[in-house]
Design a protein around this ligand. Structure first.
Ligand SMILES: [Zn+2]
Length: 243
């Protein structure tokens, strides 16, 4: 391929801009705030899971308390009926003894059920407190995540502005290059870790960092100035000094 030495040299300028853009992209990808947003997102998920679990526990406890409350109602009604019958004094002694036995039995039963109800109420109180603190923890995690996202967005706004500037400067330089030379540069840049054009400094290629053998060096120097030379080691476009 042939290209004006000025166009060849301009590739180095293009390379500087492309390298800067790649560095900026890497910098944005490795911003500590990205990790913080990821960590806080995981924390929020955990907090929400805990919240759901505590609300389920509370609802279960309320159900148990309601059942305990309901269970005691018919027993109290029966006790009241029995008590009224006993108080009326209209039944015989034998039936009365049996009725009083039942009354004693019902009183014990009510005590047991009331104990269960009390226990259930304590469980409701405990799970309600847990659900409350889980709600607060989830809200705090959400607020922290929102804050971190805002910080990240601010960092990205700045990076996007820098990137837009780099892109427009690069476009201006790329527009001056002949299409075939630019196409070759892009292809090599994609293939060789983002570097498509390198300078020959002394005997060293700045792309791969290797010194040319005497035979290669002689070939580079003796090629016509408008010949597009490639590094024998790394295949990148090798831009020679015009002197
Ligand atoms: Zn090289």
């Amino acid at each position: 391929m042939r290209a004006d030495p000025v166009d060849q040299r301009r590739l180095l300028e293009l390379q500087v801009q492309d390298t800067a853009a790649a560095q900026l992209e890497r910098r944005v990808a490795s911003l500590p705030i990205n990790q913080r947003v990821a960590d806080l997102t995981a924390q929020l998920t955990q907090a929400n899971d805990a919240l759901v679990a505590s609300r389920t526990a509370l609802s279960d406890a309320e159900g148990a308390r309601q059942r305990a409350e309901d269970d005691v109602v018919p027993v109290r009604q029966r006790l009241q009926r029995d008590q009224e019958r006993a108080d009326q004094g209209t039944i015989d002694a034998r039936a009365l003894t049996s009725l009083l036995d039942e009354i004693d039995h019902l009183k014990v039963r009510i005590e047991n059920l009331e104990d269960l109800e009390l226990e259930a109420m304590e469980t409701v109180e405990r799970t309600a407190a847990e659900a409350e603190s889980a709600t607060a923890a989830a809200a705090a995690a959400e607020a922290e995540l929102a804050q971190a996202r805002a910080e990240r967005e601010a960092a990205l706004v700045q990076a996007r502005a820098e990137m837009a500037e780099l892109r427009s400067a690069r476009q201006a330089v790329a527009a001056l290059e002949p299409a075939d030379l630019l196409e070759l540069y892009e292809r090599l840049r994609a293939r060789y870790s983002g570097v498509g054009a390198a300078e020959l400094l002394g005997r060293r290629c700045t792309g791969c960092g290797l010194e040319a053998t005497t035979a290669d060096y002689d070939a580079y120097r003796s090629a016509a100035a408008d010949e597009v030379v490639r590094c024998a080691e790394c295949q990148r476009i090798l831009v020679r000094n015009s002197d």
